[in-house]
Design a protein around this ligand. Structure first.
Ligand SMILES: *Cc1c(COP(=O)(O)O)cnc(C)c1O
Length: 382
């Protein structure tokens, strides 16, 4: 899967991040400047004129992101949703249609149903695990198939290469939100996707201290259109945010290794626990997406959900009793988080086709000592 040049961790640490030619600083400088001195009118040093259009710290991040996803162009935004909005308003027009995963991220669904819909962009949620359902939902106006795999919070898996073929036959783009897997575990562009979307707020930043988003593409024409929109619409990542994500990226590989080793241990523990009705983790051999995940991912990730035999009261109780796991939204940081999707991250999906079960608890498994995480869950479920 990961075939181009230097290995993943080498790219994470070095791509776009050569020592500063002016000072030798090993870490890319944080360029807190809005504007750049010109040597004569139009005489730009390094192509920079104004920091919405370009900033060297953001450039470093964008080059690193492109290298990690094996794309040619990375673009960094103020948030994952800012990246999504810029993408949708670039590739869609009034009358365009989007097919999205039936259990896509709630914010993506809200952007389509509450914002894009007012501008005449239509959408249909479908189960992307069912290729026939996808084919049936396609229309001549379908511009985008929007896939998330693994999904949030149900950890469903979609076959990226299969979806790319179906989308392309229909003249649509395949967009993959790769936030849950991160490029360390899955590189959708190499499987035929046209655009990778990230909330860099999550595993890429990795320390729960920065909100950001990204798009990565390989097609030069699409790259040019998106870069134009990034500047024209202006939802760019600020330099300090870009710098923080860049710092996070360097340890993505070692963090993911620990996230997923801990998650696998916890999945096993929960499977054997009498209070737990079902464990949703693609690393489990009887997970319906296990084989596809094993084919297109190099590991199963650090996100895991489970259903409580005691229903919603038991789910709420577990969330409130956890101590090492912090009760909070978001995911992908070094610290373990626990949450109740139906009332927290996915509350906006209540009553919609994307509603999630009330007995569901989602874990973002951190990189603490796994014995402490297991003991905490044991007491929280006890
Ligand atoms: C968090 C998240 C987003 C949105 O990103 P923000 O940075 O919060 O705007 C999109 N997709 C997925 C899968 C996410 O988890």
């Amino acid at each position: 899967m990961d075939t181009a040049g230097p290995g993943f961790n080498t790219r994470a640490i070095h791509a776009g991040q050569d020592p500063d030619p002016a000072t030798g600083a090993v870490i890319p400088p944080l360029h807190l400047t809005t504007t750049y001195k010109q040597d004569g009118v139009g005489g730009l040093r390094g192509g920079y004129e104004y920091s919405r259009s370009g900033n060297p710290t953001r450039t470093a991040l964008q080059e690193a992101l492109a290298a990690l996803e094996q794309g040619t162009t990375g673009l960094a935004f103020a948030s994952g949703l800012a990246a999504e909005d810029t993408l949708l308003r670039t590739v869609c027009a009034p009358g365009s249609h989007v097919v999205l995963a039936g259990d896509a991220y709630g914010g993506t669904f809200r952007l389509l149903s509450k914002v894009a819909a007012r501008w005449g962009v239509e959408h249909t949620p479908v189960d992307l695990g069912d290729p026939e359902a996808l084919r049936a939902a396609l229309r001549p106006s379908t511009r985008v198939v929007w896939c998330e795999t693994p999904t949030n919070p149900l950890l469903n898996i979609a076959d990226i290469a299969l979806l790319a073929g179906i989308a392309h036959d229909a003249g649509a783009l395949l967009v993959v939100d790769n936030t849950f897997a991160s490029p360390y575990l899955q590189q959708p562009l190499t499987l035929g996707a046209d655009v990778v979307v990230h909330s860099t707020t999550k595993y890429l930043g990795g320390h729960s201290d920065v909100v950001g988003g990204a798009l990565v593409v390989s097609d030069p024409e699409l790259a040019e259109q998106l870069a134009f929109s990034q500047n024209a619409m202006g939802a760019v990542a600020g330099p300090f945010d870009a710098w923080l994500v860049l710092r996070g990226l360097k340890t993505l590989g070692v963090r993911m290794d620990r996230h997923q080793a801990n998650a696998a241990r916890i999945a096993e523990f929960l499977l054997g626990h009498p209070a737990v009705g079902a464990v949703l983790y693609p690393g489990l051999p009887d997970h319906p997406g296990h084989e596809i995940a094993a084919k297109q991912m190099s590991g199963f990730g650090g996100m895991l959900s489970f259903r409580l035999a005691g229903g919603e009261p038991a789910a709420l109780r577990a969330c409130e009793r956890a101590r090492v796991f912090t009760l909070a939204e978001s995911l992908g940081g070094v610290e373990s988080l626990i949450e109740h999707p139906a009332r927290m991250t996915h509350a906006s999906a209540a009553g919609s086709p994307l509603e999630v079960p009330a007995d569901l608890v989602r874990l973002s498994v951190g990189i603490e000592d796994v014995e402490d995480l297991l003991a905490d869950l044991d007491q929280a479920l006890g």
